[in-house]
Design a protein around this ligand. Structure first.
Ligand code: ADP
Length: 249
């Protein structure tokens, strides 16, 4: 049985990053020629692509909203995105992530400009090392902007963790599985670019209110950095801080 003197404080991150440091980012738009808008967003070994189709008339017609359009989001993890082959097809997890992504995007897209239509957003996780919902949201927001869909603000997403007693930015799967000390807490945040409204927040684990406030502050700083990558990519820059180091799985 583990005793209290076994506690291993989390003083150094497993991949050597500073506590508030993001993983190397790759960001690019226009990667799916047939889509109306598309983007890739990768954070370290987590790689997401998003493709946007529409706005187009929603069928069946009785599902149309006369005063606004809707966003229909589908998040999928490829079978080979993880070490153990992931079961293909929809799951409770993928449905939940599709829903929270759709809600986050709907809060910034000017849906009243597209009554009766649907905007399809397909998110594919090519490789997963935690934070896939955040990478998917970042890619989807870029793909919508790339498609020219009118948005009130951009959104950026990051997963902040409390690993043992440390607040850390953009956590990996290894950190998510850290079970020493106080254990892991995973808090994905999605924030708007100007008003800094939180449009998506989930909490897996436990955290005192004071530490939660620190996590909110860390998420603001990280989302601002991510926003800068998204905007630069939308301006046509190919961002590749990692130079595709495929030494991962
Ligand atoms: P997120 O990817 O947004 O952090 P989760 O917390 O549900 O979402 O998942 C954390 C990580 O666990 C994923 O990024 C992935 O690395 C791994 N994972 C999730 N589902 C599976 C699965 N079916 N098989 C293997 N690994 C998985």
């Amino acid at each position: 049985m583990r005793q209290h003197w076994d506690k291993m404080p989390y003083t150094k991150r497993s991949d050597g990053r500073k506590m508030d440091e993001l993983r190397p980012i790759r960001a690019e738009v226009g990667i799916v020629p047939n889509a109306d808008g598309s983007a890739l967003f990768a954070s370290g070994k987590t790689v997401a692509i998003a493709a946007v189709y529409g706005p187009k008339p929603l069928h069946p017609a009785h599902m149309q909203k006369p005063d606004r359009g809707i966003i229909r989001c589908e998040y999928n993890m490829l079978p080979f995105s993880v070490g153990e082959r992931a079961r293909p097809g929809p799951s409770r997890r993928s449905k939940e992530i599709s829903m929270i992504t759709s809600n986050a995007l709907s809060s910034v897209v000017e849906l009243t400009r597209f009554p009766g239509t649907v905007i399809d957003v397909q998110i594919m996780i090519l490789q997963a090392d935690a934070g896939t919902r955040c990478a998917g949201i970042n890619a989807a927001a870029m793909a919508l902007a790339h498609a020219g869909v009118v948005m009130k603000e951009m959104i950026s997403s990051v997963s902040i963790g409390k690993i043992d007693d440390k607040i850390v930015t953009d956590i990996t799967k290894e950190e998510e599985d850290y079970s020493e000390g106080e254990g892991p807490t995973d808090i994905p945040f999605t924030m708007t670019s100007r008003k800094k409204d939180i449009v998506h927040l989930q909490l897996d684990g436990n955290i005192p209110v004071k530490r939660f406030k620190e996590a909110v502050e860390a998420s603001k700083i990280a989302c601002d950095k991510i926003l800068d990558y998204q905007v630069r990519a939308l301006k046509g820059e190919k961002i590749d801080e990692d130079k595709w180091k495929w030494n991962c799985l």
